[in-house]
Design a protein around this ligand. Sequence first.
Ligand code: SAM
Length: 274
Amino acid sequence: MTAKPRPARGGKGFHAKQALGQHFLSDTSLLDELVAASGLGTGDRVFEIGPGLGALTEALLRAGCRVLAMEVDPQLIPVLRVTLHGYEGVEVIEGDVMAPGLEKKLDPLGPFHIAANLPYYITTPIMNRLLSLKLPLLSINVMVQTEAAERLVAGPSTPAYGPLALLSAYRTEPKVVRIIGADKFTPPPKCDSAFVTMRIREKPPVETEEGRLFRLIETGFRMRRKTLLNNLMPAYALSREAAEAALKQAGLPAGVRGEALSLEEYARLADILG
Ligand code: SAM
């Protein structure tokens, strides 16, 4: 039997703030299943972004994780202190995950996992940040809107494919493990969500200089409707002939668009362009 969603427990006078992406989960059996699907358990160190009312935090603690939770809404800090009272191995800090100095705050954790029901209004910036900062990450396990999940797992020549999908494939092995209906959240968001697990790779699947690779990816998607050739020429100060020759050497047709290239093809072309 699955537990019924409980109403948001914010105490008297607390109203969920849409501007902060506050859509709370409370179904404990669902949360326990998501933590289990993340493979998180005893002794794992977890950084939780946006603990809200603390339901996912409690599920992580029930599984035996040690949790550092960062919440931006000061009104939720006293609520969390009450909810999490009596648990060991949990620290709640007030803060914005997008603010400078995150690496320093996370340093005492050592290698760690991320778990979150992400605030939807900044999902992409948060994911870009987590995947770009040099953090000692082991895995990222996040609830995001289905559209954002597609941007994390998309393959070439699909509408959701872009720099984030390539960054995510470069650093992780992303998997959508479950779709969660909007009715599981209080208040319910406009669309369904997906729970995505991303194991961090020990080494990237392609061997090329990272700065070079991501400069090219950024160029490839700069003007999505243009051909890669037309994006390459101004960005790399290349003549048409030189850009065509580079594409040919990489085994790519002259009229190819950036959205059609796989990570391996981007890496090959990045090595040629230098
Ligand atoms: N984890 C809770 C749950 O599953 O019920 C709440 C998830 S709710 C979708 C997102 C949470 O992230 C809210 O508590 C919100 O206040 C918090 N939040 C929003 N922006 C944030 C930011 N920049 N840094 C840290 N937390 C943030």
